[in-house]
Design a protein around this ligand. Structure first.
Ligand code: AMP
Length: 272
């Protein structure tokens, strides 16, 4: 699969090429055509899968299709993300993929003076990337109107919940127009995440990618079935048979690590 086969417009294809991307990641391959077709999306994907481009590229294309703007730009897409770092990264991606387009995007987050962010907003933006607290704050002060919004992205929904942002997220959602496209991303799909997704999405397409985890080919693997009580003895037997200079033993808990280490001392066996 090639980016050319995803119905992406030329200015974005050019920017993607300049970024050095040659092939779409699985989430991009699956999500981009669906989002371009106007579908809601339920994306089960972690950071590192290329999910930012999976939503940024079609958003730029869909919003860009409005053509030349007259008058002050209105916010047509909102990307809500839990942390300042993620917000900044998404802002950078939008700038990179949209560098041959005439759209304006900006990023707002808390913990810094609001004035530069307000100045950006007052110049008019098409795409807004925000963390929930600062967004609500500036909405309440009347600097942000979401009544022209067309595409809403909830990024890292599981982290939003973990960080206690659920009420803020719900408040933002209540301020959005009913008629909109929704893209929802979460690394996990626990029941409360699914409940939140169901309250936001309409007839979504589900896209799920798991991080690629491969084992190194030069590492041999063996599996031993053993009773819990016999595990230390088995470990020592296995280690005695090996000629390795140094060995790393993983345990599930730190107490487990202590028990293994203590056993080495008690049995007076020399750790390798
Ligand atoms: P994300 O999962 O969105 O945080 O992206 C992880 C990293 O992958 C970022 O540094 C992107 O620049 C990079 N990336 C995204 N899509 C591609 C692609 N198709 N080819 C190569 N790198 C990519």
């Amino acid at each position: 699969m090639n980016f050319n086969e995803l119905s992406i417009i030329q200015p974005i294809l050019k920017a993607i090429e300049e970024e050095g991307y040659t092939t779409p990641t699985p989430i991009q391959e699956q999500a981009i055509p669906k989002v371009l077709n106007g579908h809601d999306l339920l994306g089960c994907a972690q950071t590192g899968t290329g999910k930012t481009a999976a939503f940024s590229i079609p958003i730029l294309q869909l919003i860009g299709a409005h053509g030349e703007q007259t008058g002050k730009r209105k916010i047509k897409s909102l990307i809500l993300t839990p942390t300042r770092e993620l917000a900044i990264q998404i802002g950078e991606s939008l700038r990179a993929y949209g560098r041959h387009m005439k759209l304006r995007s900006t990023v707002i987050f808390g913990g810094v003076n609001q004035n530069p962010q307000v100045n950006q907003l007052q110049q008019g933006v098409d795409i807004l990337v925000a963390t929930p607290g600062r967004l609500l704050d500036l909405m309440m002060q009347g600097y942000i109107s979401l009544k022209d919004l067309e595409i809403f992205v909830l990024d890292e929904a599981d982290r939003m919940l973990d960080m206690g942002f659920i009420h803020d997220v719900n408040k933002v959602i209540r301020a959005l127009p009913n008629d909109r496209q929704n893209l929802f991303f979460s690394a996990t799909m626990a029941p409360e995440i699914m409940k939140l997704a169901a309250s936001i999405l309409r007839d979504p397409i589900k896209v799920e990618v798991t991080p690629i985890s491969t084992t190194a080919e030069i590492i041999g693997q063996s599996l031993y079935f053993v009773d819990k009580n016999n595990k230390p003895n088995l470990l020592f037997d296995v280690l005695n048979e090996q000629t390795a200079q140094s060995v790393l033993v993983f345990t599930r808990t730190k107490h487990g690590a202590d028990r293994v280490a203590t056993h080495f001392v008690i049995t007076k066996r020399k750790p390798i």
